[in-house]
Design a protein. Structure first.
Ligand code: CA
Length: 226
């Protein structure tokens, strides 16, 4: 898998390059926005990791130019800590994910791999993990051969978690991706929806409720039944 890294801080670039290489990912590094944009337009990369603060051309401008040139390579933005504005601008300009600095290279690798799985899933009409199958056309969920009646929101939430099986999503990510909220409504809508979903899965398969696991202080993840 080939990854383009556009990052001007050598120290960060070095740890990302060695971390990704250790996991068998091949990295091409550019240290400014202009060369990054040129490489992204020319090269065939499976993913792009793009810093926002860059000399030459900043990350947002690189992202905008790429998407308007029709380059749809999956892209993860590296943002300064808690820069909500940057994150939202980035997502609206066509970034697929973001990661706040400082980060662990393991998390970046997980995000890159999850993104690839998620985008591969976008081209498929069915998502299946273990005994649970989702049909994206009819929006039906089938568990152990029986249909689980889900609302539109429950279906979207389940699909989102199943697409990146084993990855933990926090409430904010779920609110953004499933509800389309760019703010925290300070309610427990996510928890309530998860609870309902678990109840419905459990009504068909006694182990169904354990498919969605809560990780204290971190969020939720989908785990295939053993
Ligand atoms: Ca930078």
């Amino acid at each position: 898998m080939k990854v383009l890294l556009v990052e001007d801080e050598q120290k960060i670039a070095d740890f990302v390059i060695s971390g990704l290489a250790e996991r068998g990912l091949q990295v091409t590094h550019c240290d400014n926005g202009n060369s990054g944009l040129a490489a992204a337009c020319e090269g065939r990369f499976d993913a792009i990791v793009l810093d926002i603060m860059l000399p030459g051309r900043d990350g947002m401008s690189v992202l905008k130019a790429l998407r308007s040139a029709g380059v749809v390579t999956p892209l993860i933005l590296l943002t300064a800590r808690n820069e909500l504005g940057d994150r939202l601008d980035g997502l609206s300009l066509g970034a697929d994910d973001y990661l706040a600095k400082p980060f662990y290279v393991e998390e970046l690798v997980a995000r890159i791999l999850a993104l690839r799985r998620r985008l591969a899933g976008d081209r498929q009409n069915q998502v299946q993990v273990g005994h649970l199958k989702l049909d994206r056309i009819s929006r039906r969920a089938i568990c152990e051969g029986q249909e689980v009646e889900l609302t539109t929101r429950e279906f979207s939430l389940l699909e989102y978690l199943m697409r990146s099986e084993g990855q933990i999503f926090n409430r904010r990510q779920i609110l953004e991706q499933v509800w389309g909220y760019d703010f925290d409504p300070s309610t427990n809508v996510v928890d309530v929806c998860i609870k309902r979903l678990r109840g419905k899965l459990a009504s068909i398969d006694p182990q169904g409720a354990s498919l969605i696991e809560a990780v204290r202080g971190a969020g939720y993840l989908f785990k295939a039944a053993r």
